[in-house]
Ligand binder design. Sequence first.
Ligand SMILES: Nc1nc2c(ncn2[C@@H]2O[C@H](COP(=O)(O)OP(=O)(O)O)[C@@H](O)[C@H]2O)c(=O)[nH]1
Ligand SMILES: [Mg+2]
Length: 265
Amino acid sequence: MTITRRASQCRQPAWERSAVDPAQVSVVLPTFNEAGNIVPLMRGILEALGPRVEIIVVDDDSPDGTSDLAREFAGSHSQVRLITRKGEKGLTTAIARGIAESGREVVVWMDCDLSMPPAVIPDLLAALEGRDMTLGSRYARGGLDQGHGWLGRTLSRTICYGARTLLGGTVLDLTSGFMAARRPLLLELGLKGDYGEYCIELIHRAQRRGYLLAEVPYVCAPRHSGESKTSVGLSGFLRRGPGYLATVGALFLGRLRGSASCRRA
Ligand SMILES: Nc1nc2c(ncn2[C@@H]2O[C@H](COP(=O)(O)OP(=O)(O)O)[C@@H](O)[C@H]2O)c(=O)[nH]1
Ligand SMILES: [Mg+2]
């Protein structure tokens, strides 16, 4: 199911659109070399959600000084917590660490390159009403990917189409990475995988367990500053692609085994 924003809702302060009180929300920001983005991103989140939201930055000791900038911002914004991991690296474990550190009912996470607009977070939270997880979606009606070139878009769409065909479900943007989820779902399912494939796995397992999901369209913008860690072209696909394909293959086999044992029972 896709949620679209109604024009009348846009006149309210952003966080009043939310079905979830921002005091119950942590936004987890996984960063590696995001010095040019982290402060404007945190400002955008506070503007969208108001002062009661919690922001947890999980930085892997970025050499560009991302942690220093986040620490300085946290000095004047008590909502912001910084975790600097030393000797540990990886997107999925960084998000998982942020989730583990949050004591709040709802956790949101997103990329920190300003490709995902903080102004969409209230829509993700509004769509959580009666649901367990909502996803920012480039591929739902009203969404768009302006952040990647032709090759990156084609590879991403191909992965999402192939995964949906093999695994079922209704979600169009299976590698979204811009998500809001309720604590019970996160505690039950956790995050597995190395990079964006955690997203395919989490969405698949959530749908199989009967959790309710919705996609919220957003326009993915080009990275504001710094460099992509995947360079979503052919070289990025060759580096990350096998992980995605292995995850989809393993989930597909699990699904086949599951339906075979159901038929036998
Ligand atoms: N903590 C942490 N964050 C990471 C790591 N790799 C990527 N990220 C963050 O993950 C998000 C997505 O990375 P990005 O470079 O934009 O990848 P792309 O969107 O696939 O091009 C950004 O917020 C990155 O800073 C990592 O090893 N550790
Ligand atoms: Mg990015």
